[in-house]
Design a binder for this molecule. Structure first.
Ligand SMILES: [Zn+2]
Length: 97
């Protein structure tokens, strides 16, 4: 992994706090500016919100995306985004597009 272009995928604060963490840190998404949160021990890479992450996976399939997390988290995030993309595409097909 080349850390120079790594990003930290973050949950928008508007999603609430599904992890129940009281010590999350907050700041703007480096791409769209919406307020996101991250764990205090997360590595200090540019923060990218789930919306911008989904847009990038939609555009690239996740190829070349350098996520500053553990391999387990990278796999979980990609699976989540690809599942959301498949659900969106299935909904599109159902609507006849
Ligand atoms: Zn964003």
């Amino acid at each position: 992994m080349n850390d120079d272009d790594a990003v930290l995928i973050c949950l928008p604060v508007s999603f609430g706090n599904p992890g129940g963490f009281d010590d999350n840190e907050q700041g703007p998404c480096s791409r769209c500016g919406q307020l996101v949160c991250w764990r205090p021990h997360a590595p200090p890479f540019p923060r990218v919100c789930m919306d911008c992450f989904h847009a990038e996976v939609r555009a690239t399939g996740g190829d070349g995306l350098n996520i500053a997390y553990t391999e387990d988290t990278r796999r979980d995030l990609l699976a989540y985004a690809l599942q959301a993309l498949a659900a969106a595409e299935a909904a599109e097909r159902k609507r006849g597009h």
